[in-house]
Write a protein that binds this ligand. Sequence first.
Ligand SMILES: [Zn+2]
Length: 434
Amino acid sequence: MTEPLVRLADGTVKQVSPLTGTTVWTVPGRGARPLTVPDRERRPVVGGGADRLCVFCWDRMAETTPEKSRLVVDAGGAVRTVHDVPASRLGAEVPELRSFGNLFEIVSQRYWRTNHGTVTPARVHQRARDYVSEPAGRAQVEALLAARAGAAGGEPASPGSPRWWQDVEDLFDGSHDVVVARRHLVDGARFTDELAGPGTLDVTEHRRFIAFTVAGLRRVYRDQPAARYVAVFQNWLRAAGASQDHLHKQLVAIDEDGPQLARELVLARSDPALYQHAVLDLAVRHHLVVARNEHAVVVAGIGHRYPSLEVYSTAPAQLPWEHTPAQVDAFADLLHAVHAATGPQVPSNEEWHHRPPGADQPMPWRAVIKWRVSTLAGFEGGTRINVNTIDPWQVADRVVQRLVELRAAGLVAPMAIGDQCEDLVLRYGQEAAR
Ligand SMILES: [Zn+2]
């Protein structure tokens, strides 16, 4: 195998991803540019309008599909998850997080029903009937069905018909969920471009965001037995594919591994310590370790189309929900630190990876954060060589420098940064392989 990361004599950096085989070149002289800031419309926030800016905002809860769960933090700091809130109670308290089905699913409930024989559970059947028995719930559901049918150029089924009831139940039962955080803008924002991003949450809020998402991930698997895998991702800003500027994650069940995961499963079959050898040891060798804490590590990624950072759980557990709360918090803290160092003006994707529960090759829980600061062009399309403006060392340097400042200011959780990181071992069910 050729070295995945080399710097040529003229300064050009050539990378090949050890996991995907993606080829990336970074040409010298472009990396010091500031990360692209998207052009945003800057409008003043008018009184009370900060929670009405988009359909995910808290003053517009009836514009999402019916809520599946919410996280409520009581005045004393106690945290509880509330499921299946009726329409009449949506505004009864101010949740910190909400989850609900995506109105425009990537993989629809009809797909699962038709191709896998998925049946609506009795619990969902009853939940749908209870919900529409309230006038507010009925109005919400009818508006959603009209919006969805309209977007497809059709008409909703006639209310009360068997097809209508099926459509209604699907609003409560999908396998493509959205998890939304409370704020659209940071507290005290005066302009609509002062967005609340993943890194502007405080450490505790961000831990709850990740733990709530992990619980949602487990629920999607539970509710969709035909799911082979559930993809979890966060698109931040429109340049990264987000439909709303409001912080949210998505969880999408799929019925196959997809080519990337399939490739990794083959690699992991022949090397149970694949991620240690191909990723972490490589990062250590090239001084690309950015930070670590007790249960996680973050490195600058090699061979990504976009400048990327990779957060790995170092815990013995593999599936996200098998991690202890302290291990989930540690993972969350490094994700948060990366986002805080990146800043809310930079479009990004956060993509989670975990072992498909039905696979027996060991895989660690990890997340990749990609800075969407460049656009693929004809050169890439014609050559399959991606030109990336910032090489992994520059990514690591930028984030390390910023993290030192953020840590000193108490804006990220305690962690070792850069050269302080030692003893880097991924423990995911593969002790025997080392
Ligand atoms: Zn919003």
